[in-house]
Write a protein that binds this ligand. Sequence first.
Ligand SMILES: [Zn+2]
Length: 239
Amino acid sequence: MAATTLATEAPGLRGLTRMAPAAPMTIAPVTTTAAPVTTTPGAPARPRGIDLVRARAAVADLLEALGRDTTSEHLAETPRRVAGALAEMLTPRPFELTTFPNDEGYDELVLVRDVPFHSLCEHHLLPFHGVAHLAYLPGERIVGLSKLARALEHLSRDLQVQERLTQQVADLLQQRLRPRGVGVVLEAEHLCMSLRGVAVTGSRTVTSALRGTLREDPRSRAEFLALVGVGSTGRSYPS
Ligand SMILES: [Zn+2]
């Protein structure tokens, strides 16, 4: 079930495949706490909660350790702003994974391409950002399309690594929607790579997680990867 990682170029923007929903039904909220749903074995423990007072003091300490004058007018409010920004980026918004009966028996791939996302790299506390391609093969239920993006956004608001995030999105959709298959591809630029270290600007890391038929059936997998543009650039995705 490992995600595959490939460094590659960014493809162009593309569109959206969708279908009309029938009568709505709502599955229980994914979470209403300040911690994301964790569905991948080996993922870090859920955060204990955010202590804004300590976070502000820690940012002030960090600035002083970096030789900055925290009494200057420009920096005076920076600890509060940084702590607030981090708290916002690390607090997932609750959402409900709304599904509908698949009355028409739609059994082809449903794919939402080029969903923008951002998250925080847990190794450097720097953002990584890019686009996601989220697909599933419907079973008895279909899902409101915006919910695919919301599932990703929900899990992105955490200290993450791209590989784990990719798997968590796939597992969440697989567990909640019970489709015949799930495909998730994330393409992201990591600021810890482009602003420091090797300072490679513009390179993107691609990860994929396939479940069910999209993992096991070569034709379904090939169709999915072709639709997200993988085949057109000559990239290959080992399973
Ligand atoms: Zn990093």
